[in-house]
Design a protein around this ligand. Structure first.
Ligand code: HEM
Length: 141
């Protein structure tokens, strides 16, 4: 029998959306990567553009779904060849490695909150880390 995709093992789109929803809300409260971050983009985003949070959750849910082998596909608001490439949408945010790693910690805590099994938790965190270079390209390139 073929192994189930990560998407299936996570329980599908509703479970992924619940994780993303919780993650985004927890991220906002993180001292390094949230609304009190010293990063000018994040500060401005939380102060003036947090209405975009709902759309951010939709897009990130679709991104995770596609990355995990699910049937729902993500289309970036900044079109580029590799649809899952996060550099075009994150470059201008000038995110640092410290901010990225803080977000990774919040993600790990969120997966624990939902009692996602170790195997799947590891795969989700690996998928997150696999795109680190793209996300922090604004401070490393
Ligand atoms: C692998 C890690 C990450 C993934 C998978 C991810 C995913 C996404 C996606 C799919 C979008 C929507 C882009 C679009 O407009 O099409 C987005 C936007 C955004 N991301 Fe990320 N992201 C990651 C890391 C981060 C980190 C570390 C931060 C901040 C600490 C961050 C902050 C944001 C913000 C504020 C937006 C909204 C931008 C806007 O309003 O247009 N992201 N992210």
């Amino acid at each position: 029998m073929a192994e189930k995709s990560l998407y299936e093992r996570l329980g599908g789109i509703y479970n992924i959306a619940a994780v993303v929803d919780h993650f985004a809300d927890a991220l906002a409260k993180d001292p390094i990567a949230g609304e009190n971050s010293t990063n000018p983009f994040l500060k401005d985003w939380y102060a003036n553009y947090s209405w975009r949070g709902a759309g951010f959750k939709v897009l990130t849910t679709l991104w995770v779904s596609e990355k995990a082998g699910g049937p729902y596909e993500y289309i970036s608001t900044i079109p580029n060849q590799d649809s899952l490439d996060l550099e075009p949408t994150h470059y201008e945010m000038r995110l640092t490695e410290e901010e990225f790693d803080a977000a990774g910690k919040v993600l790990a805590e969120t997966l624990d909150h939902f009692e996602v099994p170790e195997q799947e938790k590891g795969e989700v965190l690996d998928a997150f880390t696999a795109h680190k270079k793209e996300v922090i390209s604004g401070t490393t390139k």
